[in-house]
Write a protein that binds this ligand. Sequence first.
Ligand code: C2E
Ligand code: CA
Ligand code: CA
Ligand code: CA
Length: 284
Amino acid sequence: DAALYHAKDGGRNNYKYYTTSLSGKTPELLNLEKSLRHALEKQELTVYYQPRVNILTGQITGMEALLRWQHPEMGVVSPSVFIPIAEETGLIISIGEWVLRTACMQNRAWQQAGLPALKMAVNLSPKQFRQPNLLEVVSQILAETGLAPEFLELEITETTAIEDLQFTRTVLEKLQQMGIDIAIDDFGTGHSSLSRLQLLPLHNLKIDGSFIKSLTTDVKVAHIVKAIVTLGRSLGLRLTAEGVEKPEEFDFLKSINCEDVQGYLFYKPLSAEKATEILQEDRG
Ligand code: C2E
Ligand code: CA
Ligand code: CA
Ligand code: CA
C-alpha cells in the first residue's frame, strides 16, 4: 500500500503523514471521514472509466466506472482508502447512487454521440447491495438517464455474493429480470466454488488481479486460472481478467480462451474526457 495518496502539487509533504495512520481511527482518519461527508456537494468526486477489451478483436466492449476523490489538500485519495470509510459510515449509499447515475448518464451520452454500444460496469459495495430499495434506485436511475438496462452491468464481489446466497439469489434474479447483467468481482479471492455460484444468475466472472500478477511466474496459479476460465465458459459465463499488465499475461489468457481483459497493458482508468477520445479513435 505504498502509494495510497498521490499528493498533488503543494500537498507533497502530506504523503508520509497519512500513509502511516490507516489502521486505527486516528485523527487523520476521522478528518478524512469528515471531509468525505462534504465531498459530494463540494464536487470533489469524479468517475473515471477503465476500458474492457475483447481479447480476440482488441475492441472496447465495456467500461468500468471507478470513483476518484480529489481532496483539496491531500490530492487524490485512493478508493481503497475512502470506500471502506464510506461503507462504515453509510455514506456509500448516497455516493454509490451518484456514481451509478453519473456512469449511466455517461454511457447514454456516448450512445447519443453515435459511439458503439458499451456495457457500463458499476461496483456495488456490500451495504449498497443490501439496501432495501436497491431495485427502485436502479430502475429510477435507468428511467431518469434513459439508458437501456442491457447496457448496465453491476459488479458485486465474490465475498458479498456468498455471504447469504439465498438473499443474493433473490436480488440478482430481480436485477436479471430487469435486464441488467451481473458480474462477480475479485473472483478467486472469496474461496468459494463455482458450483455454489452457479445457483446465481450471473453473466460475467472477473478474475482477481492478484492471480494475473503471478500467472506467468507460478505454474499452479496458471493452472487455477485455466480451470476457472474453462469451467466458467462451460457454464456460459463471460470471463474477464483484471489487472493485465504484461504481454505474456495477455498471451496466456488468449491461449486459454479468456474473453475480455482489463488492465494497464491496454488502458488505465481514464477521465470522461479522455475516455471519450479513446472511444472516438476506437471507432475510427
Ligand atoms: P476493483 O473493483 O477490483 O477495481 C479494479 C482496480 O484495479 C481499480 O483500482 C483499477 O484502477 C485497478 N487496476 C486496473 N488495471 C490495473 C492494472 O493493470 N494493474 C494494477 N495494479 N491495477 C489495476 P481503483 O480504481 O483504485 O479502485 C480500487 C477499488 O475501490 C475497486 O477495486 C473497488 O473495490 C473500489 N471502488 C472503486 N470505485 C468504486 C465505486 O464507485 N463504488 C464502490 N462500491 N467501490 C469502488
Ligand atoms: Ca470492480
Ligand atoms: Ca476487481
Ligand atoms: Ca478489488
